[in-house]
Design a protein around this ligand. Sequence first.
Ligand SMILES: *[C@@H]1O[C@H](CO)[C@@H](O)[C@H](O)[C@H]1NC(C)=O
Ligand SMILES: *[C@@H]1O[C@H](CO)[C@@H](O)[C@H](O)[C@H]1NC(C)=O
Ligand SMILES: *[C@@H]1O[C@H](CO)[C@@H](O)[C@H](O)[C@H]1NC(C)=O
Ligand SMILES: *[C@@H]1O[C@H](CO)[C@@H](O)[C@H](O)[C@H]1NC(C)=O
Ligand SMILES: *[C@@H]1O[C@H](CO)[C@@H](O)[C@H](O)[C@H]1NC(C)=O
Length: 580
Amino acid sequence: MKTRLSVPVLILQAFFLTLVSALGPAIFLYVPVPANTASLRPLERNLVSLSIQARDFTTFAKTDLLKNFLGALSVNIRTHHTLRLGGAESDKTIYNPAGTITPEQYMNGNYGGSPQNVTIGPNYFAAIKGHYASSTKLIWTLNLRNVVNNWEAGISTAQGVLKYLGSQLEYFEIGNEADAYGLKGWRDQTWNVAEMALQWKWIAEQVQQFNQSVNFGAGAFANIPPNVIGNFDIPGVINAGIKGPNIPWYNMHLYPQSGCANAAVNLETLLRHDVLDNTLSGYIPQVAAAENAGAKFAMGETNSVSCSGRAGVSDTLASALWLVDYALLGASLGIRRAFFHTTPNGAYSAVIPKPYKQKTATYSGGFLPLAYGAYFVSEILSSENTLHVQPIQYGSDTDHSSYAIWDDKNNLKKLVFINLEMYNSSTGASNPAMPDSPVYPSTAARGSTRVFVATPWGLGEKLSLIRLQGPGSNAKSMVNVSDFTFSTEDGTVQSNVVDTILTVQADGFVIFDVNASEAVLIQHYSDVVANPHPTKSLSTPATTVVDGVTMITRGATSPPATSAGAGAPLISAIISIGLK
Ligand SMILES: *[C@@H]1O[C@H](CO)[C@@H](O)[C@H](O)[C@H]1NC(C)=O
Ligand SMILES: *[C@@H]1O[C@H](CO)[C@@H](O)[C@H](O)[C@H]1NC(C)=O
Ligand SMILES: *[C@@H]1O[C@H](CO)[C@@H](O)[C@H](O)[C@H]1NC(C)=O
Ligand SMILES: *[C@@H]1O[C@H](CO)[C@@H](O)[C@H](O)[C@H]1NC(C)=O
Ligand SMILES: *[C@@H]1O[C@H](CO)[C@@H](O)[C@H](O)[C@H]1NC(C)=O
């Protein structure tokens, strides 16, 4: 199953392979300078965002976990977070400006008494106001399904959203997965994108009468590109006339595995880079259509497994690693943002806001590994510069994936390496926020890959290395980013990131080990120090040396003077000899 990676520096290959054969597999990567600018793609600061149903957002507003989680990510990405408030319930939502549901009732999951419809009113907005970082921007999905009184449900909801959340609105979507309306019997069997476009544009025109500068995102279709029906895709929606300066974004929804109706799902698929590559490459024509129309493409609602995820798959370290690979590979293909769908107790959620009951059991609130995947991406995005991404040539196979991150002056800023090899452990296999899943511990020792990257960086330069890590692919807890954890009580930082200090070796070589099911981020330590990062309040940085390796715990106060880490002394000695 494993394909050997190509090796650009053949002389070094012969030399190194004999050297490392006793230590385990080795991978050699070469980052050519300057970057091949034709394949560089910008990294949006909002690359990883969340999608939450508007009705569920009030449940998240009951505690500070989501608010503090988003706050931490915002420190790294240096800007507000964007939340998409939408999902299947959007097409059941009606607005009642005189509604009497109290803010507390909304927060306790009361949506107007009718199981068919969600009724929101002014108190809905009161229930969420102030319960998330105030700079957060919102995308709101309007009801396209309900045709009563010429789409009064969607149009009046828009009026309420503009009145109470106006300054925070980034844009409206109109209809959730409208490509499925025909199958669901909400429209007739001939339902197609041209028919939809007439209704969509009518609603948009009414909404623009409330505020001419309101923007819209179009698409939000469920079917993946090979299965498109009725021309419900981005080229289709643009051909139907949904385009223009008020439409800066197009999007599609993606759940690579279906969890509905007890379909078979598995963890292996999440750990296959080739599967991800095949899936995301299918969106290249969608991206091109959006960009040709002067807009950008996003994955508007996505996650590992549909129908709220699957315990044992979506709530594992494997899923967090998948998120990182998805975000970076997607960005490399022009998918500018991905909105990971999150529900108050779904296995695919990053944040479980509060305790809940399911069947006879009670589960706690807290964080699932996906939150650490999202946090790791925010560390990748942390920079004062606009960053660009590109996969490292020959740097991926079934089990591995690697990316080079550049600034806008074509300086190599960061390296990301993901080892997707599976390793199951009985340690950390449960999480009090989730039902238990069967555990199949691996019998072989955990794999580890030694990675040699030839970079343009200078001999002796000090680098930071951080890891998205956990006890195994199946881990539901004990997952962290180099010790960084969120408090399950309130979502504040519980323990700070610990940077491992590496030193650039002769000829720009950077050498590190990556365990099976682990991702690594490398950048100059001076950049880490220059960038703001979330920490425990009042914490001070601390340096320790473990087995000759320098580790520096980040603190809220200024960093200490650092000493160079010893790196991998044996290897570095041999490299410098070997290159003479
Ligand atoms: C509830 O939603 C359905 C579907 O959109 C709609 O047909 C119905 O009129 C709604 N009920 C009310 C009271 O608005
Ligand atoms: C109109 O919409 C724009 C863009 O969303 C927003 O910046 C502005 O505040 C809105 N104006 C009013 C009066 O709500
Ligand atoms: C972070 O994860 C590693 C690997 O699972 C573990 O050894 C370490 O104790 C964890 N750190 C924290 C602070 O949880
Ligand atoms: C690891 O565990 C997952 C379920 O968590 C299972 O699907 C997979 O087959 C296991 N792998 C091995 C090698 O046992
Ligand atoms: C994972 O990697 C770290 C750092 O290279 C190493 O110390 C640790 O022993 C590894 N863990 C396992 C289980 O292989």
